[in-house]
Design a protein around this ligand. Structure first.
Ligand SMILES: Nc1ncnc2c1ncn2[C@@H]1O[C@H](COP(=O)(O)O)[C@@H](O)[C@H]1OP(=O)(O)O
Ligand SMILES: [Mg+2]
Ligand SMILES: [Mg+2]
Ligand SMILES: [Mg+2]
Length: 325
């Protein structure tokens, strides 16, 4: 039986898998060589290559769908970045034979949507670039938003163990369609998908928390205070990227806290759309720190939300209460 969004799910899954190949290739071959963006955050050949491939796939499958993606090709068009541009083109051509630099840059710029639309994709070609550079966790995050609701999510986590049990393969793809649950399958090979669910833990003192590695992205001192109020004993697990949402969705952690470090930071929608649907479809709850649902109708940021809290659902009211101090 076919369902709405079956095709979107299949295309999104294929797109993030292909993008994972370019990310792994860049790390394996010559090191990622970051370039600093205007806001001083790093971006690499792999971020650009991933965005080029995914935008090309979406444009071919759904030509009318706009894409709101994190990166653009403006820096790559500058003469001083000719070297990076040529490497992006070469990496894209290694997967899509015959692609020239102008075509690759054009694909990157397909992700230029900057305002809300009734139906659009949002893409983070590498979420957790700092984790990618350290050889730790990162994710390729793609979501379809229709009428302000996340309907489809695909999240590739190339360095996450599928089971986190002894011998699970490294590299996982998480998929979700609203109302139809969330699944995981290995990034490599063609193993079947299996459904995932959040934990059923309801004793806050036993809760396993996760948070950003980067203290500039989430206030570690405040999460420690929240953990103390809940009576949590285990130290938090720190990992980069939306791998945190995947960890809560698969029941390996119970709570993901992202606590604002500055009053003026607005979360970007591509940092949350895919992960939030995967947690919700695995049975969990996602809100901001005040307990408000995330609002994806306001353009590229979650302008009406502060921070993010994702939990297994059962613990959510206790965590929000602990956040109130
Ligand atoms: N001050 C901040 N607060 C919260 N998130 C931030 C902040 N600065 C950057 N980010 C974003 O956090 C994400 C990584 O989060 P994590 O630490 O959980 O892996 C990146 O997408 C990064 O955006 P950017 O891509 O602009 O660097
Ligand atoms: Mg990101
Ligand atoms: Mg990114
Ligand atoms: Mg970035």
């Amino acid at each position: 039986m076919s369902h709405p969004f079956d095709r979107e799910r299949e295309v999104a899954s294929r797109a993030v898998r292909e993008a994972a190949r370019i990310c792994r290739a860049v790390r394996g071959k010559h090191g990622p060589d970051p370039v600093a963006k205007g806001d001083k955050s790093p971006v690499t050949v792999a971020d650009f290559g991933s965005q080029a491939l995914i935008c090309a796939t979406l444009a071919a499958a759904f030509p009318g769908d706009p894409i709101m993606a994190e990166e653009d090709a403006a820096e790559l068009r500058k003469p001083e970045h000719a070297g990076v541009r040529d490497r992006v083109a070469a990496e894209v051509a290694a997967i899509r034979a015959g692609t020239d630099a102008e075509t690759a840059l054009g694909w990157i710029d397909l992700g230029d949507l900057d305002r809300f639309e009734p139906r659009f994709w949002t893409l983070d070609p590498i979420d957790g670039t700092k984790g990618f550079l350290r050889g730790e966790q990162y994710a390729i995050a793609l979501a379809l938003i229709v009428e302000g609701r996340v309907e489809v999510a695909a999240l590739a986590c190339p360095n996450l163990e599928v089971s986190r049990l002894a011998s699970g393969p490294v590299g996982a793809v998480f998929l979700a369609v609203r109302g139809r649950g969330a699944t995981v399958c290995p990034l490599d090979g063609d193993d079947v998908e299996r459904p995932i669910t959040v934990s059923d833990r309801d004793d806050p003192t036993r809760a396993r928390l996760c948070e950003s590695v980067e203290s500039g992205h989430s206030a570690h001192n405040e999460s420690a205070a929240v953990a103390a109020r809940l009576g949590v004993t285990e130290p938090p697990v720190r990992l980069d990227s939306q791998a945190k949402y995947a960890t809560v969705a698969s029941g390996l952690a119970d709570v993901y806290l992202r606590l604002p470090t500055r009053a003026d930071y607005r979360e970007r929608i591509w940092d949350h759309a895919a992960g939030a649907l995967i947690v919700a479809e695995a049975g969990g709850t996602v809100t901001d720190v005040d307990g408000k649902p995330l609002d994806f109708t306001l353009g590229s940021t979650l302008a009406s939300n502060r921070g993010v809290v994702a939990t297994n659902g059962r613990l959510h009211p206790r965590v929000i209460e602990a956040l109130r101090g």
